[in-house]
Write a protein that binds this ligand. Sequence first.
Ligand code: PMP
Length: 361
Amino acid sequence: MSRVWNFSAGPAALPQAVLERAQSEMLDWNGSGASVMEQSHRGKRFIQMAAQAEATLRELIGIPADYAVLFLQGGATQQFAQIPMNLAGEGDSADYIVSGHWSAKAVSEAAPYVRANVAASGAADDYLKLPARDTWRLDPHAAYVHYTPNETIHGVEFHDIPEVGAVPLVADMSSNILSEPLDITRFGLVYAGAQKNIGPSGLVVMVIRRDLLQRAGRPMARIFRYAEQAANDSMLNTPNTWGWYVAGLTFQWLQAQGGLAVMAERNQAKAGLLYRTIDSSGGYYRNPIEPSARSRMNVRFTLHDSALDAAFLEESEAAGLLALKGHKALGGMRASLYNAVPPEAVDALVAFMQDFAQRHG
Ligand code: PMP
């Protein structure tokens, strides 16, 4: 059994070095004689590891002291609801930019807690391009503006941070966090489910400007309140200890790679190669997204004849290329190229695609 090149959209590939480190520490973590999963989150060892993970993340991104970092549970989907609970008061509205499946879901999950106003939408364009900034109808009194910088299913990505004035900008970065340098000061709140660029599922990493913790929000249990989590180092109850630990290892790995600027260069090169291969295939492969909105993380493509899809998937898997099937809502193929997918994986994919096109011309 050998490792394959893994293009899964999420849960997704983790850096091999992270998995090997976790494996080597599985039975005896940090000289404790037990795995990290088998120890109290109140113990000195865990608290130290948790603080170190946060410190490494702060260093990687450059997160200033007026932002809190939270390690939460419930997935990004739970945050779709928890964000309005925390940031919007009774009767408030919030603006949502809808650019694909996940930002649309953010609206529907927020609706019980806030007047969720769709300020712009790419639905009429089938989400093949981003709604142009000058068409956004933003309300200067909105509690926040929510958008999804990278749409994992539709394969569209914002390559600039939108200017939204004084209203706090909230971003679901589940599928592109840590893929490039991030100017966190442009945001009120950034959150990400861990299972793409950070670690195992069941963990959400959130960076929130501390003044937003003062908002009363809606009546809710303590467990949902960001201010309570921040005041308790995200340990109001038992956190996802394993997820936190693996996230810490990933942050260290990113540092060892040279940081986010290095990852950005690598990610740009990987996606560039794949898009060039698609665009130069004479229509054999096709990516429908407007070039300026193409995602570096999730590359969609179709074959010129969908009758070849089954053969493509079967042969690619046999060639050691895992999880290229597109999302069921859109069909076709999708290659996810997160940080842990090395350039060699994309080289192998591109070689396979060219060979397949020749053999099935
Ligand atoms: N937002 C985005 C951009 C996603 O890609 C996903 C998951 N693929 C989610 C939200 C939902 O995440 P979760 O399953 O952790 O709730």
